[in-house]
Design a protein around this ligand. Structure first.
Ligand code: SF4
Length: 135
């Protein structure tokens, strides 16, 4: 048997709790809180305790989906990005840049949040930027 503890940080919210992922024979089997983590000191909320489950969930989205009639169909990343970009451009041209708003997430890194607000302001031309931490 090959048992490993992999240190990492919770991806669910901005608190930054740390824990170890338990890996047995290459399979993710559990989560253990880091007792010396400066943020959580050995504690986790229910989301953190169960964080390993989403990784292998059959319900996890692994590719982009586009609505086609009543259904959502898997498409390539190129197709999804082209569709999103063309719709944003069309809406911007028809209704103006302030008809678009961006909502970012505590699950993103500071760098990703910075890039999104930069894209909103410099790319699209709107200051309509908010963050889930304010909701
Ligand atoms: S364990 Fe809970 S409180 Fe800690 S980072 Fe994850 S979601 Fe946030």
């Amino acid at each position: 048997m090959d048992y490993k503890l992999v240190p990492t940080v919770c991806p669910y919210c901005g608190c930054g709790c740390s824990f170890y992922l338990e890996v047995l024979d290459g399979e993710l089997i559990g989560t253990l809180p880091n007792k010396t983590g400066p943020v959580n000191e050995g504690k986790l909320c229910v989301k953190g305790w169960n964080v390993h489950e989403f990784v292998v969930s059959p319900a996890r989205l692994t590719k982009p989906l586009l609505r086609q009639g009543a259904d959502l169909a898997p498409v390539s990343w190129d197709e999804a990005l082209d569709f999103g970009a063309s719709r944003l451009k069309a809406i911007q041209e028809q209704y103006g840049p302030d008809s678009i708003a961006f909502l970012t997430s505590a699950k993103c890194t500071n760098e990703e949040n910075y890039l999104l607000q930069k894209f909103a302001r410099a790319g699209v031309g709107t200051n309509n930027v908010d963050h889930c931490a304010r909701l």
